[in-house]
Design a protein around this ligand. Structure first.
Ligand code: PNS
Length: 160
């Protein structure tokens, strides 16, 4: 039986912690779909196509990983793509409370289960929003993102 999992998120932009989760999921499951939410109400630094392109580029070596956009309910995307498992990274207790609530909701809505991969300690403090804030305020973000994404982020900030 093929086990296909989804790693969903905003990925604005994807960072080293995300890549760690995609890689570890790819080692453990047959297929990994990185699902990038298209939420027109949320102002993103990178548009959907840019966020997808970053993920495709950074996971190009992982044969069983693909990136796809989604809108609406995640469970609808799961059902439409024959996915029965959501795979998410867990950085700490704050993540856990919110993630647990969503996991229960997704299971009630469509029987889709969630599994969590504990963050690698070296990336357990990373979040896209915090990285953007640090960069905006002039702090160094090197090592937090793949290099091409770091360069794109810094360039985007300069354009503003
Ligand atoms: O990277 P993020 O912003 O923390 O990702 C959150 C995301 C996109 C995974 C979550 O908001 C989501 O699943 N949104 C889709 C809409 C949905 O299904 N909402 C009900 C969740 S129980």
């Amino acid at each position: 039986m093929t086990v296909r999992v989804v790693c969903p998120g905003s990925f604005d932009p994807m960072h080293a912690g995300h890549l760690d989760v995609f890689t570890r999921a790819a080692e453990r499951f047959d297929e990994v779909v990185v699902a990038v939410v298209d939420n027109p109400n949320k102002q993103a630094m990178f548009d959907l196509d840019e966020r997808l392109a970053f993920i495709k580029e950074q996971t190009a070596q992982l044969d069983n990983v693909r990136a796809a956009p989604f809108e609406g309910l995640l469970v609808d995307f799961c059902v439409a793509n024959d996915i029965s498992l959501i795979c998410k990274g867990l950085r700490g207790v704050t993540d856990f409370e919110y993630e647990l609530q969503m996991a229960h909701m997704n299971r009630q809505l469509a029987g889709v289960e969630t599994i969590f991969l504990p963050s690698t300690p070296s990336s357990s403090h990373l979040s896209s929003s915090l990285i953007k804030e640090v960069a905006r305020l002039g702090g160094t973000i090197s090592g937090m993102l793949p290099e091409p994404i770091e360069a794109a982020l810094l360039q985007r900030l300069q354009q503003r």
